[in-house]
Design a protein around this ligand. Structure first.
Ligand SMILES: *[C@@H]1O[C@H](CO)[C@@H](O)[C@H](O)[C@H]1NC(C)=O
Ligand SMILES: *[C@@H]1O[C@H](CO)[C@@H](O)[C@H](O)[C@H]1NC(C)=O
Ligand SMILES: *[C@@H]1O[C@H](CO)[C@@H](O)[C@H](O)[C@H]1NC(C)=O
Ligand SMILES: *[C@@H]1O[C@H](CO)[C@@H](O)[C@H](O)[C@H]1NC(C)=O
Length: 235
């Protein structure tokens, strides 16, 4: 009787360990997939492929310029989410590109852009359907056959608005909007952009990241408690 009970306990413990490992794996994976700019690129591509249009390549160069655009325009958003911003065309080659370290000879053609703003942060999916692609005009830009590449940038201004920008290009992947030193020189202080190796800052990413850290701490705590119950009993 005693032996059977003990065996059962071991089996349960083993199950818990597997369960926590799976949970841990989920937490770690979701922290990689939590970048809203990359999520938007996925949503854009799913929407295109549903219409049998080719997927667009995620261009970090375009993404970084989209973030510059958003950064410049974030103050020009009305309280009901109307964008009131028209950066001069030259800003792409004279301001956004150089800020990102896009190599000038690799500069391609921007074949379309979609912008949107909103007083508060929205998750990528509602941001896509309620802020960015909410009318047929934006949808026809999204589904234009000329595009081959896409980049998404977003930035949130504290206590004001969130600004999203999607840039499209018809360039060849890896040979247009090439970033100097693979983008290692970009000192991104705010917001986030698709294709970036660095995480979002000051956006919605930090709370998500903290959440994950908290989850890990709690997880380890409960594992410890499980493995060393007497030690916890003494505390
Ligand atoms: C932002 O709005 C201000 C005030 O209306 C305007 O002067 C400025 O040109 C706008 N900025 C851009 C880049 O359109
Ligand atoms: C697609 O984009 C290209 C380049 O910007 C533009 O010339 C063309 O008119 C667009 N096509 C449609 C159907 O909107
Ligand atoms: C694509 O986006 C449009 C506009 O937001 C939406 O109406 C449509 O349902 C989307 N299609 C898919 C397959 O998600
Ligand atoms: C672009 O570059 C990446 C990484 O350098 C590489 O994995 C990928 O195959 C390249 N794609 C094309 C179309 O050359």
């Amino acid at each position: 009787m005693m032996v059977a009970a003990k065996k059962h306990y071991c089996c349960c413990e083993w199950k818990w360990i597997v369960f926590f490992q799976l949970l841990l794996a989920t937490v770690v994976c979701s922290s990689h997939h939590g970048d809203p700019a990359n999520d938007l690129v996925d949503i854009i591509n799913k929407n295109r492929t549903s219409q049998k249009l080719p997927q667009l390549n995620d261009s970090p160069g375009l993404g970084c310029m989209a973030l510059q655009y958003a950064e410049l325009c974030k103050g020009n958003c009305t309280s009901n989410g109307v964008v009131n911003c028209k950066p001069p065309e030259d800003d792409f080659t004279e301001v956004f590109g150089p800020n990102c370290g896009v190599e000038l000879p690799t500069f391609g053609t921007i074949t379309g852009h979609i912008v949107g703003c909103q007083p508060k942060y929205l998750e990528p999916s509602p941001a896509f359907s309620h802020v960015l692609v909410k009318d047929s005009k934006a949808l026809s830009i999204l589904r234009n056959k000329s595009h081959t590449e896409v980049g998404v940038g977003l930035v949130g201004a504290h206590k004001s608005s969130f600004f999203w920008c999607i840039l499209f290009s018809n360039g060849k992947t890896n040979s247009t909007f090439v970033l100097e030193d693979n983008g290692k020189g970009i000192k991104q202080k705010k917001g986030c952009f698709s294709g970036s190796t660095s995480p979002c800052s000051n956006g919605q990413r930090i709370p998500v990241f903290l959440n994950n850290v908290m989850a890990l701490v709690l997880l380890h705590f409960s594992l410890l408690q499980h493995w060393y119950p007497t030690w916890f009993a003494m505390m």
